[in-house]
Design a protein. Structure first.
Length: 529
C-alpha cells in the first residue's frame, strides 16, 4: 500500500476544512506524496465556510459565522489538530495550543437570555410535563420512525417558548421546522452539556478566529508538502465507468480561466468531492446597504452534486437541502468598534472573570437576535483599540421591534440600531453608531443541513461499489454524528481516506454520553429543574 500510494494521485474538489483534512490524512496516514494531491476550489480563497478577514472595501472585519469546539466531543478535530504545527505558538501542535489556551480561558455566560433589556433567570428550563416526557422518549426513538418529521411535529406549542428551547435553538441555530432527526442527534451528542446549557461553560474556543487558528496553519503545512491548489476553478462534471460490482470516476471536467479542461483519472487515483455548501451564494451588505438574497445561480458545489446525482440515486438528493431557502436562511452580522462605548455598556451582562463569554440571546426580539463579543485579540493583526462582536438573527423575514422593517431588508446601521434598543443602550445610540461598522451577511443555505430528511437523502461517504471516489462535508451521511460542526467535516475526511485507501484505521470514536450513568443522571436532574 505504501508503494502504491507513492504513485497514486488524489483530486479533492472543494477548499473547505473537509478537503484540507482529507489532504492531511492522505499524507500523514496514507503516505501519499503531497505533490500528487490537487485541491480544486471555485473561490479565490481557501477555507470554505471557515472564513474571517479584514475587508478593506467594507471598512471592518468580516466573518460569516463563529464556531464552537469541545475537546471531548470533537475527537476527530482534535486528532487533526494534533498533526499540524501552530503558526503562532512555537514548538506546539494546534491541539497543544488549543488545550493550553482553554485551560487559561474559560467560557461562561451569566446573562444567557435577555428580555426587556435585562438578563432573565435561566436556571428553570420552563418545560411542561408532556415535553419533559417527550424529550426522554426521543432518546429511545429510532431514526427510521422520525424521517421527514419536523421538531414542531413532536413537541407541544409551549415547548417553543421555554427557556430550554431558547437556549438550545440559539446556540445550535435550530428552528421549529427543522428535522427532528438532527435535533435528536444533537440532544444525544451534547447530553453531557445539558446541565450547563444556561451558562455554556463547557464550550471551548480557538486562540484566534477559526480561519487564522485552523485554516491558515493547515494550508501552510500542505503547501510545504507541495500540495497543489487550483483556486478560482469550477469543477462542473464527472464521468464514470460503471460495472456491476466495480464503479469508478474516470474523468473530471472543470473551468479555469474561462477555459474548459479535463483530467483523466488513472486506475490508482482517488477523487474526493465536497457536496453542497452551507455558505454558498452568501451576500454581504454594509452600513448603508442591505445584503441581497442570491439563490438563482447556485455555487459550483451545489451544481456538481445536482448533476452527478441525476443518474445515480445513491448519490443523495440535493434538492431536499437547497430548495427551501425560506427555511434555511438567516442573517449574521459582524461589528467592528473603533471606540469602547458599546463594549463598556455590555459588560453589565458579562462575567469579567472569564476571557470568553458564550453570548447572549434576546428572546423578545422579533428577529430572535443573538450577539457574542469576541475576546481580544480575535484577529492576529487586530489593534488593541478595536473591539469585535458577531451576531445573527434566526427570523430574517420578520419586522423588527424598533426598526419597522424585515431584518433581510435592513442595512448594517439599522441592524445595530435594533440591537442597541433591545439592550437598553439607546441613550448612547449616536456614539455607538459613530464608532461602529456593522456588516450584515445573508446566507441562503446556512441551516439547510438541518432540514427534514429521510434515509438516502444524504449519500454514504463512500457510495456502494465505488472504489476510487468518496464524498465529504456536511451533506454526506455519518451515522450518529451532528452536522453544522467542524467535527462532521473532519470525520468525513477520516472515513473517506481510511476506506478508499483500505487502511487499517478507524475514525476517532464518537463521544457517547448516553453510555455514562453520571451523564444520564445529570441530564435527568436538569430536565426537572
Amino acid at each position: 500500500m505504501f508503494e502504491e500510494n507513492k504513485k497514486s494521485k488524489a483530486y479533492i474538489i472543494g477548499g473547505g476544512i473537509a478537503s484540507l483534512s482529507t489532504a492531511v490524512y492522505l499524507i500523514k496516514d496514507g503516505k501519499m506524496k503531497g505533490e500528487n494531491i490537487i485541491i480544486f476550489d471555485e473561490s479565490k480563497n481557501i477555507g470554505g465556510s471557515l472564513d474571517a478577514q479584514k475587508d478593506s472595501s467594507l471598512g471592518g472585519y468580516v466573518m460569516r459565522g463563529v464556531r464552537m469546539f469541545e475537546e471531548k466531543a470533537y475527537t476527530s478535530t482534535l486528532d487533526l489538530m494534533s498533526k499540524i504545527p501552530s503558526l503562532t505558538s512555537k514548538n506546539k501542535t494546534l491541539k497543544e495550543e488549543f488545550v493550553d489556551f482553554n485551560k487559561k480561558n474559560q467560557t461562561y455566560s451569566q446573562s444567557r437570555l435577555i428580555k426587556n433589556g435585562k438578563a432573565i433567570n435561566t436556571k428553570p428550563l420552563g418545560l411542561g410535563i408532556k415535553d419533559r416526557f417527550y424529550l426522554l422518549k426521543l432518546l429511545f426513538c429510532s431514526e427510521s420512525n422520525l424521517e421527514n418529521m419536523e421538531i414542531k411535529d413532536f413537541f407541544t406549542p409551549p415547548f417553543f417558548e421555554s427557556n430550554f428551547w431558547y437556549e438550545f435553538c440559539t446556540v445550535f441555530s435550530f428552528q421549529p421546522w427543522h428535522g427532528l432527526i438532527e435535533f435528536r442527534r444533537y440532544f444525544i451528542r451534547f447530553i453531557k452539556d445539558f446541565p450547563s446549557i444556561d451558562t455554556l461553560e463547557t464550550i471551548e474556543i480557538t486562540p484566534y478566529n477559526q480561519y487564522e487558528s485552523l485554516i491558515l496553519p493547515i494550508v501552510d503545512w500542505l503547501k510545504k508538502q507541495k500540495v497543489e491548489f487550483k483556486t478560482d476553478t469550477k469543477v462542473v462534471d464527472l464521468s464514470f465507468d460503471i460495472k456491476k460490482d466495480k464503479k469508478t470516476v474516470n474523468h473530471i471536467y472543470y473551468f479555469q480561466d474561462g477555459e474548459k479542461k479535463e483530467i483523466a483519472i488513472d486506475k490508482d487515483d482517488y477523487v474526493f468531492i465536497t457536496l453542497g455548501s452551507m455558505t454558498a451564494d452568501s451576500s454581504f451588505g454594509s452600513m448603508t446597504k442591505a445584503p441581497e438574497l442570491n439563490s438563482q445561480d447556485k455555487s459550483a458545489s451545489w451544481n456538481l452534486w445536482e448533476k452527478i446525482s441525476k443518474n445515480n440515486p445513491n448519490f443523495g438528493q440535493p434538492k431536499v437541502f437547497n430548495s427551501h431557502i425560506n427555511k434555511s436562511k438567516w442573517i449574521s452580522f459582524t461589528l467592528t468598534f473603533k471606540e469602547p462605548v458599546f463594549c463598556d455598556l455590555i459588560k453589565k451582562f458579562i462575567n469579567e472573570k472569564v476571557n470568553n463569554f458564550g453570548g447572549l440571546s434576546i428572546v423578545d426580539s422579533n428577529w430572535l437576535m443573538s450577539v457574542v463579543v469576541s475576546y481580544n485579540p480575535y484577529f492576529i493583526d487586530q489593534p488593541e483599540s478595536i473591539n469585535i462582536a458577531w451576531g445573527y438573527g434566526l427570523y430574517p423575514d420578520k419586522e423588527g421591534n424598533f426598526v419597522k422593517k424585515k431584518m433581510s431588508e435592513c442595512n448594517g446601521e439599522e441592524i445595530l440600531t435594533e440591537l442597541i434598543y433591545h439592550l437598553g443602550f439607546e441613550n448612547k445610540k449616536e456614539k455607538i453608531i459613530e464608532s461602529a461598522i456593522c456588516i450584515p451577511c445573508m446566507m441562503p443555505y446556512i441551516t439547510s443541513q438541518f432540514l427534514p430528511r429521510k434515509a438516502g437523502d444524504r449519500p454514504d461517504v463512500v457510495p456502494k461499489n465505488f472504489i476510487n471516489m468518496a464524498f465529504l462535508g456536511q451533506y454526506c451521511e455519518i451515522p450518529k454524528d451532528v452536522v453544522f460542526t467542524v467535527e462532521y467535516s473532519v470525520r468525513s475526511a477520516q472515513i473517506a481516506v481510511y476506506s478508499l485507501l483500505k487502511l487499517n484505521k478507524k475514525s476517532a470514536p464518537i463521544y457517547k454520553g448516553t453510555h455514562h450513568i453520571k451523564v444520564l443522571y445529570g441530564a435527568l436532574k436538569t430536565l426537572f429543574r
